[in-house]
Design a protein around this ligand. Structure first.
Ligand SMILES: [Zn+2]
Ligand SMILES: [Zn+2]
Length: 275
């Protein structure tokens, strides 16, 4: 039986980007025999993944976890391999995506397709108006107020708004960055190695690999999700939100139902803290 472990990371981290958290601490946790180390802020907000090898002898974080938590025995490495998509799958998923599979927001900068990046301030404002209406409203208001003192143009609006609002803008843009992750997040999927049938696991690792924005990916890690949540994400991310289309591939739907049921039952050490 595997015992989860949680440790503090020694170095200072950038302030947590979750609103009103700003924690500069980082906590690493090993929840499962397989899969990466998950790093959160002290309040449980997702920060990053780290490879288990970073915590083994001679590496940067050696000695923080017990040997057992990060041991590199052959059977375990086999398990970790099972969670990694085949070949170029991650790059393909990103290349094919022009927006987040969950919230549909197009990224401000695309990792592989510079032609899709926001070009200039005019496009940036249109993007904000469409995808971040409340930030756009704040920006409009700030510019109207500044416009009572001086003439505001696309050349000087950035210097006319407060540093706080500039910071919000920068964060919204960087949170729109696309990342690849599994529909069932990898730390939960790691708990299902040996539980799911091999073809179900392969389906979850390769077919259910999504391009999602950082903002959606962080948010969904904060909560435990139900079977229905996973099925809803599946319909939305892979079938344009149409459940009839999703059910039309009956074999895939049955596999998805099984994966969703199992994933909803996974308990991680941090679930109680973030509940
Ligand atoms: Zn935080
Ligand atoms: Zn999103």
């Amino acid at each position: 039986m595997f015992t989860p472990e949680i440790v503090d990371l020694p170095d200072v981290w950038p302030a947590c980007r979750r609103t009103q958290c700003r924690s500069a601490a980082a906590v690493a946790r090993v929840d499962a025999l397989y899969g990466p180390v998950v790093v959160t802020c002290e309040n449980g907000h997702f920060r990053a993944y780290r490879k288990k090898s970073d915590f083994r002898r001679g590496a940067r974080y050696a000695g923080l976890f017990s040997e057992a938590a990060v041991a590199a025995d052959p059977s375990r490495d086999g398990g970790e391999r099972l969670l990694e998509p085949t070949g170029r799958r991650r790059a393909e998923v990103l290349e094919d995506a022009d927006r987040c599979a969950l919230c549909r927001t197009p990224p401000a900068e695309h990792p592989f397709r510079p032609d899709l990046d926001l070009q200039g301030d005019r496009e940036l404002w249109i993007w904000l108006q469409r995808w971040r209406p409340s930030v756009y409203a704040q920006l409009r208001e700030a510019v109207v107020i500044a416009g009572q003192r001086e003439r505001i143009t696309f050349a000087n609006w950035r210097s006319s708004i407060t540093p706080r609002l500039r910071e919000i803008l920068v964060r919204e843009l960087s949170d729109s960055a696309l990342e690849t992750d599994h529909l069932v997040p990898v730390e939960r999927l790691a708990q299902l190695v040996g539980v799911l049938a091999p073809r179900e696991l392969a389906f979850a690792v390769n077919r259910l690999l999504l391009a999602v924005c950082r903002s959606c990916n962080d948010a969904r890690r904060l909560e435990r999700r139900s079977r229905e949540d996973y099925l809803r994400d599946y319909v939305r991310a892979l079938h344009g939100g149409d459940e009839r289309v999703a059910r039309a591939d009956a074999a895939a739907w049955r596999m998805m139902e099984s994966i969703a049921s199992h994933a909803a039952r996974v308990r991680l050490a941090t679930d109680e803290r973030s509940a």
